[in-house]
Design a binder for this molecule. Structure first.
Ligand code: SF4
Length: 420
């Protein structure tokens, strides 16, 4: 007699949570370089969702001459910009400089990155040196013998389009499945957790920048915008120039964490949109048509915001030695900023040396100009805007506790590098 077989007998039960392997003892080292500075929370969220313990996610320390000398000597790349050149020191610190050895060195090759401008620009790609940096630096650790294998470290360098979320699960599964013994479902879950962590961090940092602007508007005080690439927050790349300015009492905003709130931006760009100069506050077509590169796009957008926002009375531009991407933006960015009388200062060709003496003299010059001209700059830029604005003076029932709640830039910088 034929016994009917119920199809459900052999079906696997659908489970809402992906199965997770025990990765609590896996130690993952991440070189804190290039666009890891703007995507670190994605990697923390991703790894934590895979079961890696927060204390086992180790970022290398800030760039320094000692780091390069001690851990990267003889393994460097040649003929390159300083932020790439110094990566070998970060790799070396993670490979040789840990009391407790790492098991995995994770150095993603970022092809594209999330950006507040996405949808309004051609693309949000990284610089080609950012994309290829891990490959060229890895070569220095393989040229004589495989240092990673010798140290028992798995080297993982997945190619990732973080700016195109629909690609990321497949890319990270392909790039990391053998390293972490991943399955597709848990990769998908971890990618979602990574984006959630990154979005939450960015929203918090942008919110705190808005509080700084609100404080400036209420008190009619100027602030400074640092226009640089995310990795200039590294004290060994940007040399803490913004910290020196802050020590003179001027709040500092970082380009990457400018507020993206529409109420504020619509107010700043109201006239530009009315006369058709731009379609919306994130449109940079009027100043930068070849808008492929994410960080470059944001530099041009930051210049526009600075030109319009009354309380940003000064822009400080930082740029690294041998940066080919920054070169074409120098003149247009300066012209945009200065078009409304906003002060503009540039520190170019930054490398491993901190020219402390000349930095101090320039800081004194900047603060002199700020104290002399800020009041006038605020008044003139304020006159260009309509009266109904979210930051207009006197519209709040009471003064917010800015000192207590909003980040001092140094604190904001520390949040950026905080890993858990
Ligand atoms: S943007 Fe400039 S500094 Fe950054 S990796 Fe590219 S060339 Fe180097």
């Amino acid at each position: 007699m034929r016994i009917p077989t119920l199809p459900t007998w052999f079906a696997t039960k659908a489970s809402s949570a992906p199965t997770k392997k025990d990765r609590s003892q896996v130690r993952v080292g991440i070189p804190k370089v290039l666009n890891v500075w703007s995507t670190h929370q994605f990697w923390v969220g991703f790894l934590k969702a895979l079961g890696v313990q927060p204390e086992n996610i180790i970022f290398s320390s800030d760039t320094s001459e000692e780091q390069g000398r001690e851990h990267g000597k003889g393994r460097g790349t040649v003929d390159c910009c300083y932020p790439v050149k110094c990566i070998s020191g970060h790799y070396g610190e993670l490979v040789f400089g840990q009391k407790k050895k790492i098991n995995v060195l994770l150095s993603p090759m970022l092809y594209s990155i999330p950006s507040v401008l996405r949808g309004n620009v051609v693309d949000t790609l990284t610089c080609t040196r950012v994309m290829a940096g891990p490959e060229s630096v890895k070569a220095g650790f393989l040229k004589e013998r495989d240092v990673f294998a010798e140290q028992g470290i798995k080297y993982a360098s997945p190619f990732v389009s973080l700016g195109d979320p629909h690609c990321v699960t497949d890319q990270l599964y392909d790039g990391l499945k053998d390293v972490f013994e991943l399955d597709k479902k848990e990769t998908e879950h971890a990618v979602a957790a990574g984006y959630a962590a990154l979005d939450a961090f960015n929203a918090k940092a942008r919110g705190q920048s808005r509080k700084i602007l609100e404080w400036c508007a209420i008190n009619q005080k100027p602030c400074i915008l640092v226009m640089a690439r995310p990795y200039h927050m590294d004290t060994g790349i940007g040399h803490e120039i913004e910290g020196e300015l802050q020590a003179h009492g001027y709040p500092v905003l970082w380009l990457q964490y400018l507020p993206g709130d529409l109420d504020l931006l619509n107010w700043l760009f109201e006239e530009d949109m009315r006369i058709g100069r731009c379609k919306n506050p994130f449109d940079i077509n009027d100043v930068w048509t070849s808008s492929y590169s994410s960080n470059t796009n944001e530099i041009m957008w930051g210049a526009k915001v600075a030109a319009r926002c009354p309380w940003i009375t000064c822009v400080v531009r930082l740029s690294s030695y041998e940066c080919g991407m920054d070169q074409p933006t120098f003149t247009p960015a300066q012209k945009i900023v200065e078009a409304t009388g906003t002060l503009f200062f540039k520190f170019g060709d930054l490398d491993s040396t901190k020219p402390a003496g000349s930095v101090r003299i320039r800081i004194e010059t900047i603060t002199h100009y700020l104290s002399k001209y800020s009041e006038d700059i605020i008044r003139k830029k304020r006159a260009y805007l309509s009266d109904q604005g979210p930051l207009l003076e006197g519209e709040w029932p009471e003064r917010p506790e800015v000192e207590a709640e909003s980040p001092a830039p140094q604190e904001q910088q520390e949040q950026v590098i905080s890993v858990v």
